[in-house]
Write a protein that binds this ligand. Structure first.
Ligand code: SF4
Length: 368
């Protein structure tokens, strides 16, 4: 039980918060929808017993690094295109069960929360001289399906790396709504909490990591990084050209160089996923990258975010909250994040290196 772990002096309890929480938690405490309450959210977690509070935008930056390099590699080798994102566990299970022949199109890069847990229990444990078996990694997300994701048997790569299979990559998932309920039960006056900041080292993510929480965010982040990998220079402001948006399916393109224009799509909602996959073979163009999110609007519309009467309006407000934060970020791209540069130079070496593949990539279980 998490409450027992918090009371246990031998345990180091580390909370990491997904991007969408900071623009939805405030609604539980009477703030306007979409209000950015990051500072109070961090204070709340410290009050509830966190030893460290980190930001899953760091894990999102790691996912972009691996996934963008994976996309470039697949394009060079012309294999398994389009590459489908795999950070939404509902979509992954859907593909495994209903489209098993498609699983080799899924990105093997783990989701941001999975990468976060791995980085906490390997590199962070190493630099802080902590035993990974004593670290309790708790993820706060709007997504109940992440509870199932952390329990997938293969998500114990830290355990395999340490020859102790009882160590899981992450230990608990708490939803936004559950966090708010917990705070209310403890009578914590959220509105009057002082702002606090994330801890170093996994407390800093780029603007690109921040927009993972909304539909189209993964696409934008991956495409920006592909541009940098291919051209070794910063991408232009309006890299993605939207061609068509209909019924939660957006088709777009991105000019990378004279030899490569990416055809991309981002889809949200179960109906749109089915429609797009069935339509895929009728297109006369080769898609390179497809982002798939089970919840309409992406994770900002996650089922266990605070309840909303006008869902469309609230999803837009939360998405705008994240987009604004991306615009204001000093670090816009994952590869500019100094902590990402450090963890690669000191531990993972390069994206898609042997150790990256061992710890940051996964495999799937298609139904026979
Ligand atoms: S889109 Fe929905 S189901 Fe998928 S990860 Fe986000 S919140 Fe979870």
């Amino acid at each position: 039980m998490l409450l027992d772990d918090i009371k246990n002096p031998d345990k180091i309890v580390v909370f990491s918060t997904a991007p969408a929480i900071r623009v939805s938690l405030g609604e539980e405490f009477g703030y306007e929808k979409g209000t950015f309450v990051e500072g109070k959210m961090i204070s709340l977690l410290r009050k509830l017993g966190a030893d460290y509070v980190f930001d899953v935008t760091f894990g999102a930056d790691m996912t972009i690094m691996e996934e963008a390099n994976e996309l470039v590699e697949r394009i060079e080798k012309n294999i398994n295109l389009p590459l489908f994102s795999s950070c939404c566990p509902v979509w992954v299970r859907f593909a495994e069960n209903f489209y098993p022949k498609m699983v080799n199109h899924l990105s093997t890069a783990k989701s941001p929360i999975a990468m976060q847990g791995v980085c906490i229990k390997t590199y962070f444990a190493k630099i802080k001289n902590l035993k990974p078996e004593n670290i309790v990694s708790v993820i706060i997300t709007p997504c109940a399906a992440k509870k199932a994701e952390i329990n997938r048997p293969e998500f114990n790569s830290v355990g395999r790396y340490n020859n102790n299979e009882s160590i899981r990559d992450n230990d608990y998932v708490i939803t936004t709504h559950e966090l708010a309920e917990w705070a209310k039960k403890e009578n914590i006056d959220f509105k009057n909490l002082e702002d606090s900041e994330f801890d170093d080292f996994l407390g800093k993510g780029s603007g690109a990591g921040m927009i993972f929480g909304r539909s189209g965010g993964v696409t934008e982040s991956v495409v920006r990084t592909v541009y940098f990998i291919v051209n070794q220079k910063e991408p232009p402001e309006n890299l993605i050209k939207i061609e068509k948006t209909e019924n939660n399916i957006t088709e777009a393109s991105a000019f990378i160089n004279k030899n490569l224009t990416l055809n991309i799509a981002y889809i949200s909602g179960a109906v749109a996923i089915k429609t797009f996959i069935e339509k895929l073979k009728t297109y006369d163009k080769q898609f390179h990258f497809v982002e798939v999110m089970n919840c309409i609007g992406g994770c900002v519309g996650g089922g266990l975010s605070p309840k909303a009467v006008n869902l469309n309006q609230i999803i837009t407000a939360r998405s705008v909250g994240l987009t604004n934060k991306d615009k204001q970020s000093k670090i816009k791209f994952c590869y500019q994040n100094p902590n990402i540069q450090k963890i690669y130079s000191e531990f993972f070496k390069t994206p898609l290196s042997d150790i990256s593949k061992q710890l940051l990539h996964t495999y799937f279980n298609p139904k026979k």
